[in-house]
Design a binder for this molecule. Structure first.
Ligand SMILES: [Zn+2]
Length: 80
């Protein structure tokens, strides 16, 4: 299976935290609680993540993000 590179380097630190939490299985509500953000704020981050990385939506992000995660092994701590 081809694994694409997802340009997470284009995301802010918070957006990366949202992204990794989502591909680890968290819901929008759970992400909001864990990061101390409102659900609306998380949804705003998600919209920017979709646009910057070219995801079609949450499910597409999780599917493609999980493949990328397995391929590159990039975690939160690697964020610059
Ligand atoms: Zn990659």
């Amino acid at each position: 299976m081809t694994v694409e590179h997802i340009p997470i380097e284009l995301l802010t630190r918070t957006q990366r935290q949202v992204f990794y939490a989502a591909i680890d299985g968290a819901t929008t509500k759970e992400i909001a609680l864990s990061l101390g953000l409102s659900r609306r704020t998380v949804e705003g981050h998600l919209a920017r993540i979709y646009r910057r990385c070219g995801f079609l939506g949450f499910t597409d992000m999780v599917r493609r993000g999980t493949l990328h995660h397995d391929c590159c092994g990039i975690r939160e701590g690697d964020a610059t």
